[in-house]
Design a protein around this ligand. Structure first.
Ligand code: MSP
Length: 509
């Protein structure tokens, strides 16, 4: 089945950082994995450019808001290629096509009677760009922004979200995979066990002009979430585009826990009100902190993707992010932790296995894939472990359990390194009557490396590309085609390239 995967569209009031990079890398790895499985994939990301926060950020920067959003949006667009993140579409909420779709939907939902006008008095948090309930406050303040919300009394338009509450509860219960991991599904169900308020979806232009005007009342612009969520369908050509018709049934969204409520509650009810099917799945990840502290401009600890890539390279960063965080839980980032993984998992374990094996093929087999003889128990054990690893990897990747998928690969890497020590090919090379045994050992190692290379493609595309070249593998073969033994043709050329992961020295403090 087709996969249409999205990241959140990021606000342009801040520059790209580690948190955004994690989401982008996860999405990219999932898309590459789906392609490796032979699925059709469409991957969308982009920027969220309307609303108070953005208008204020532009004012603070002393720039015209349009110039400002163009500049920061471009920073997001440019942040992804160096991380080898390759979206198929980059949407901006200021795209005229998107704005047209938002207005069309507002009109349609209004005409159907699901948007109404009413008096409203509430506590408005500028940081959240929404009204908070008394219950949400901690010591009278917004718990996220630590500021007291303003009392605002005005007339506004409301989306009759509460009408769809029971439908949503039933849908979540009937589809256990709708929101994963399960803790977030439970959180949403707990939230839905209380009566749902309708959603205030307008802002008077006296307060905010940087938004999409309501088509039925020009005195208002729409609430930024009503605008932003629609990117997921406007970006693929809703209502009439062929892409929309083909892709929507395979829609899966990836977000962090901070924006669970808009995605798990506002968005499915909006879709229902539009007469559309809900998305297929919502995947929710945890939050990165830096050395156990919250990442923020004021703390001066914001990690920029370009700095991470410059220091460690894209593959190492991708590996670290996917290996270190259990999907769904929080995790802490530190340069030391990246360095440790780079030098131990990548340089020592994987890099060494690869270069040792290929050096031996160069020295003892004239850089050719040898014709193996009969396998003994140890050879069979490595073969079986490699093939079982591919199955395990597939299961974990399908479950978005990247950490476990990588652990399974590294088990085999460890086993292969021990296999080299145990069989000491350099000793076999000294004995002419051990030629067949040597060929079998080297052949078994090459096949193991082939399996490892295949599964690493979604995680570390550049390194896996180099490994493929070295092994003489043709690109584009599916996972199930590669889950076999003796695929490398005897006599094929093996090219020992540069070191995949040179050790990196610790920076002097
Ligand atoms: N514009 C909205 C989303 C609209 S989607 C229709 C928004 N933007 S945001 O720029 O604040 O991005 C939030 C997202 O950035 C999170 O859901 C997550 O994907 C990513 N992250 C931002 N900080 C993060 C961490 N510290 N850790 C992990 N991910 C984080 O919300």
């Amino acid at each position: 089945m087709t996969l249409y995967l999205t990241t959140p569209i990021f606000y342009v009031n801040a520059q790209p950082h580690l948190g955004h990079a994690y989401t982008a890398v996860v999405a990219d790895a999932v898309c590459r994995f789906a392609r490796l499985e032979g699925r059709e994939v469409f991957f969308q990301t982009g920027t969220d450019e309307h609303g108070d926060k953005i208008a204020q950020a532009a004012a603070t920067a002393g720039t015209d808001v349009r110039d400002y959003v163009d500049r920061v949006s471009a920073m997001f667009r440019d942040a992804w290629p160096p991380l080898l993140v390759e979206p198929d579409n980059f949407i901006r909420t200021t795209d005229p096509e998107h704005v047209k779709v938002v207005q069309r939907i507002l009109q349609q939902v209004y005409d159907r009677g699901d948007i109404y006008f009413s008096d409203y008095a509430g506590l408005y948090c500028k940081g959240c760009e929404r009204f908070l309930t008394e219950k949400e406050l901690v010591d009278g303040k917004c718990p996220d922004h630590l500021t007291a919300p303003e009392k605002v009394a005005e007339q506004n338009y409301f989306f009759a979200m509460s009408r769809y509450q029971q439908w949503l509860i039933d849908h979540i219960k009937a589809n256990p995979d709708f929101i994963t991991p399960e803790r977030y599904r439970n959180e949403v169900l707990a939230f839905l066990s209380e009566p749902l308020d309708d959603l205030c979806i307008s802002r008077p232009t006296s307060r905010l002009t940087w938004g999409v005007p309501l088509p039925f009342d020009q005195r208002f612009v729409t609430y930024v979430w009503f605008d932003a969520l629609i990117n997921y369908i406007s970006g693929i050509g809703y209502p009439d585009g062929a892409d929309f018709a083909r892709l929507w049934a395979g829609a899966e969204h990836l977000i962090a826990k901070d924006i669970l409520k808009p995605h798990a509650i506002f968005w499915p009810t909006m879709l229902r009100a539009m007469g559309l099917e809900p998305y297929r799945r919502l995947h929710v990840h945890g939050y990165w902190s830096i050395n156990d502290a919250k990442m923020s401009k004021s703390m001066g600890n914001v990690i920029r993707p370009e700095d991470m890539v410059a220091e460690f390279g894209a593959d190492s960063i991708r590996y670290f992010l996917l290996r270190e965080m259990s999907f769904g839980l929080d995790s802490s980032y530190s340069e030391d932790a990246v360095l440790a993984r780079r030098n131990s998992d990548l340089a020592n374990d994987l890099g060494n296995l690869f270069s040792r094996s290929l050096t031996m093929v160069k020295n003892f087999a004239d850089s050719r894939v040898p014709e193996p003889g009969a396998l003994n128990d140890e050879d069979r054990a490595l073969r079986d472990a490699s093939l079982a690893m591919m199955d395990e990897y597939r299961t974990h990747m399908r479950d978005w359990a990247f950490r476990q998928a990588l652990e399974a690969i590294w088990e085999v890497i460890g086993q292969a390194n021990r296999y080299i020590v145990g069989n000491a090919p350099w000793e076999l090379a000294k004995e002419p009557d051990q030629a067949e045994r040597l060929a079998t050992v080297l052949g078994t190692l090459l096949e193991t490396l082939r399996c490892i290379t295949c599964v690493l493609h979604p995680i570390m595309p550049a390194a896996a590309g180099k490994m493929s070249l070295a092994l003489g593998l043709e690109p584009g073969r599916r996972l199930d085609e590669q889950r076999r033994w003796n695929l490398l043709p005897p006599g094929g050329t093996i090219t020992l390239g540069e070191n995949l992961f040179p050790r990196i020295k610790r920076k002097k403090q």
